[in-house]
Design a protein around this ligand. Structure first.
Ligand SMILES: [Zn+2]
Length: 428
């Protein structure tokens, strides 16, 4: 099964905007109520049953079960009798809100994400129609949505052949309303075979990226300019009185600028990804959790650059162009010589040159790291090829002597499979 997400700008009428905002508002109320219910239950279980604590009390009966998706969906149906406002919104849309909450709690446990938050009216920005009505849904540049009816959108591109509309998400951004079409096609695409010219890519803070071919890519200047503008506006915000209409106006302006920065960055990421894929058959990057980076000392710069987004865009572009993509072990990429594989020791951040004491190989340090990544990627794909013939990785000489090859092999396979099954990413 192949899933694509295409994004279009919507042109709703004033009436339709009212309906969308109303739906978002009801969704928000359902979210907050359901979250409160779960939070109360969890809090009530914090105090021992035979004791009193200062902060939490055992108020909810001991035999009351934890409110999971099923019970909350049931109580939603009952609540509709009491609160007619709930009936004004498509029932499936509201169920999706509860489902999203369930996922948020599961992600918190499994992926270590944060505790789900209550949403104010700025934070509830989208909702999804999990099913569209029967019959004709699309006509010209219009789409038929439940309750909203025919809505115009900017048809910036055609829906590809063989794909069927599965769901539609309505999103409010600072720059207007958008529609995300989730498209599905019932085919199996074979994974690209590891072949062709290999290219390793090292992402860094000094230069945005370096390739194993010796190319250095600078951080884009226009983003810096936009960031400076943003800072200026944010400083001005402090002087405005809370609740005043001037403050509201300025806030809107800031939100639009944030949107513009995000859009510009994404566009640049796509262009760079395509450029890096040119004349290559295989792309390798380091397997880094950029969320950890963002928390550490590189905080601001990492968020600016959006490395995590870039890597997923790169993976998507590779997949679309039928190229092989893999993540390799990240350890010591900047401390190993790409020519002779000796450890050269830790480099200071200000030391920009890699110079090997063993073989005398000298190059830019980021390029050296990219070459190490390429070498590891090649060993990895070679090991994978042997694997396919039924031999184990241990028997393969190429895999020997490289740190963590076995480990990263499993990781890269997993991450590629994941990417294949559920790919929710706007196409380039
Ligand atoms: Zn060397």
């Amino acid at each position: 099964m192949l899933t694509l997400t295409y994004e279009y700008k919507a042109n709703p009428t004033a009436e339709q905007i009212k309906l969308i905002e109303h739906t978002l508002n009801v969704c928000r109320q359902v979210w907050n109520f359901a979250l409160r219910e779960r939070k109360d239950w969890l809090n009530s279980r914090k105090s021992p049953i035979n004791a009193c604590s200062i902060t939490s009390e055992y108020i909810i009966p001991a035999d009351a079960l934890y409110p999971n998706y099923n019970t909350q969906a049931k109580s939603l149906t009952i609540a509709k009798k009491q609160y007619p406002e709930l009936k004004t919104v498509n029932a499936q849309v509201l169920q999706q809100v509860l489902r999203k909450l369930e996922t948020a709690f599961i992600d918190m446990k499994r992926k270590g994400m944060g505790f789900p938050r209550f949403k104010n009216r700025y934070r509830m920005r989208s909702y999804v129609y999990p099913q569209l009505g029967e019959g004709q849904i699309l006509r010209g540049n219009q789409i038929k949505l439940p309750q909203i009816g025919w809505m115009e959108y900017v048809k910036s591109r055609e829906i590809p052949d063989g794909f069927a509309m599965k769901q539609v998400r309505v999103v409010r951004k600072a720059s207007g309303y958008f529609l995300m079409f989730i498209l599905e096609c019932n085919v199996n695409v074979p994974s690209p075979v590891a072949s062709g010219y290999p290219r390793g890519i090292d992402l860094g803070l000094d230069k945005f990226a370096a390739t194993s071919d010796g190319e250095l890519i600078e951080r884009p200047r226009f983003l810096q300019l936009l960031h400076r503008k943003l800072k200026l506006l944010q400083r001005r915000l402090k002087k405005k009185q809370k609740g005043s209409s001037n403050r509201h106006k300025l806030n809107r302006k800031i939100a639009r600028l944030h949107q513009r920065i995000a859009d510009t960055r994404k566009d640049w990421h796509f262009k760079l990804a395509h450029k890096l894929c040119d004349d290559a058959g295989m792309i390798f990057v380091e397997d880094i959790d950029f969320r950890v980076w963002a928390k550490g000392m590189f905080c601001k710069h990492t968020l600016d650059a959006g490395f995590g987004q870039f890597v997923s865009i790169l993976q998507w572009v590779c997949w679309k162009r039928g190229m092989y993509f893999a993540k390799v072990d990240k350890d010591y990429t900047s401390q190993v010589c790409p020519q002779c594989n000796t450890h050269t020791g830790k480099k200071e951040l200000k030391n920009r040159i890699h110079s090997c004491p063993e073989c005398g190989y000298t190059t830019h340090r980021d390029v050296a790291a990219a070459q190490v990544i390429r070498n590891r990627g090649l060993a990895l794909s070679a090991a994978e090829g042997v694997n396919a013939l039924g031999r184990s990785v241990d028997q393969n000489a190429c895999g020997d002597g490289l740190t963590g090859t076995g480990n990263s092999l499993v990781k890269s396979q997993k991450s590629r499979n994941k990417g294949r099954e559920a790919r929710i990413h706007p196409a380039s």
